[in-house]
Design a protein around this ligand. Structure first.
Ligand SMILES: Nc1ncnc2c1ncn2[C@@H]1O[C@H](COP(=O)(O)OP(=O)(O)O)[C@@H](O)[C@H]1O
Ligand SMILES: [Mg+2]
Length: 363
């Protein structure tokens, strides 16, 4: 019995991707089909490096059983990562190189935005993606402290481009590299805009799968400028479980909706505390507010991070937990949050019809 490519494609329209929960064909994940008699080879584009291993296997199994059901004898599934992204429209083409920009935001300061931004960026890199981290908190840049001394400091190239610093395999830029620690810088709206323009357009980011932007708290000039300058795939909102933090996140979400930055999901940080001495589990700020908030606003809940001195210490000492204790429970939580965010981005990209890059008008 021989099978045709059309039959294979038809069968694949009924295979639901276990991570994106849509069929493989309409989400453009089928790169190629080769049929030889009743042997079939299917090439699948995995849309992010952070696609979980267990779901890859599940996807392979689903393909195999769908094709065996139409009479295939040997089924080979080749899965290769091809990061899904939408080319920037010409009015937002400042940024060259990074495929997807993910913002990390919160209504207030001190809830762990920078901690989440740093660990999610490093987690995406550990998943195998090429990652950059832009410290867009120009008012309180904490990324240089959190990442410690760079493997390579930022430098200026001959063509006036800035070459970003490198820490633990990710590319990093922060205003903290250029002003002295403790020096207060008052940034006004237009200055913020120009600075961000430089950090986006004059930095040689190179070919990156993800650029993570650590935002200042609340909704101000930085958020507005970024949304005007570049397309942002979406934002991870960080909250602590207390009501005050949650109320501020709700305000943040409303503002992001106005500037058309989609909310990818919510992370509850400082969720609870487990005493390392006796194992007692204490919900210092009452727990679960992040999850409830996610349900109320119809956003995904990406998970919770407990209060853990090793997280604070990692941040202060310049070795974030994802690097310092890669096999720890907390590192795993950040790996999972990174996967969830990357899959949300991929799902959003693949649910849209393919946008072809428009040529920028040269004036
Ligand atoms: N889950 C956590 N457990 C312990 N300390 C944390 C945790 N998350 C953040 N911190 C600490 O709290 C402080 C504020 O976090 P940070 O990420 O700088 O917040 P933000 O960027 O929102 O202002 C930092 O000292 C950080 O190390
Ligand atoms: Mg911060």
């Amino acid at each position: 019995m021989t099978i045709t490519e059309a039959q294979v494609r038809e069968a694949l329209t009924k295979v639901i991707d276990p991570a994106l929960e849509h069929d493989l064909v309409s989400y453009r994940m089928v790169r190629g089909i080769e049929v030889a008699g009743d042997d079939v080879l299917v090439k699948i584009d995995i849309p992010t490096h952070a696609y979980p291993e267990a779901l890859r296997r599940e996807q392979g199994k689903r393909i195999e059983s769908a094709l065996k059901a139409i009479g295939a004898r040997n089924v080979t599934v080749m899965q290769e990562v091809e990061t899904a992204f939408l080319p920037a429209p010409s009015d937002k083409a400042v940024l060259k190189g990074p495929k997807n920009v993910i913002a990390v935001a919160a209504g207030k300061g001190g809830v762990g935005k920078s901690t989440v931004a740093v660990n999610v960026a490093l987690a995406l890199a550990r998943h195998g993606a090429k990652v950059g981290l832009l410290d867009a908190d120009v008012f309180g840049p904490s990324i240089p402290t959190m990442l410690g001394p760079p493997t390579k400091p930022p430098t200026a190239a001959d063509n006036k481009q800035i070459i970003p610093a490198e820490h633990h395999g990710i590319k990093v830029i922060s205003v903290g590299f250029f002003v002295d620690k403790g020096e207060a810088v008052v940034w006004r709206g237009p200055m913020v805009h120009r600075l961000l323009q430089q950090f986006l357009g004059d930095v040689e980011w190179g070919d990156l799968d993800y650029l993570i932007c650590d935002l200042p708290p609340g909704t101000g000039d930085v958020q507005l400028s970024l949304s005007q300058l570049i397309p942002i795939a979406g934002s991870i909102m960080v909250t602590t479980p207390q009501e005050v933090s949650i109320v501020d996140v709700v305000k943040g979400i409303a503002m992001f909706e106005k500037v058309e930055i989609p909310i990818l999901g919510i992370v509850e940080n400082m969720s609870y505390y487990t005493c390392p001495a006796c194992g007692h589990h204490d919900e210092i700020f009452s727990h679960g507010g992040g999850k409830r908030l996610a349900q109320e606003v119809g956003a995904a809940f990406f998970g919770e991070i407990p209060i853990d001195t090793r997280i604070r210490f990692g941040g202060d000492a310049g070795i974030p937990v994802v690097i310092a204790a890669p096999d720890s429970e907390n590192a795993r939580r950040f790996m999972d949050i990174a996967s969830a965010a990357a899959l949300k981005v991929a799902g959003a990209v693949l649910s849209k019809p393919k946008r072809s890059p428009r040529l920028a008008v040269i004036k």
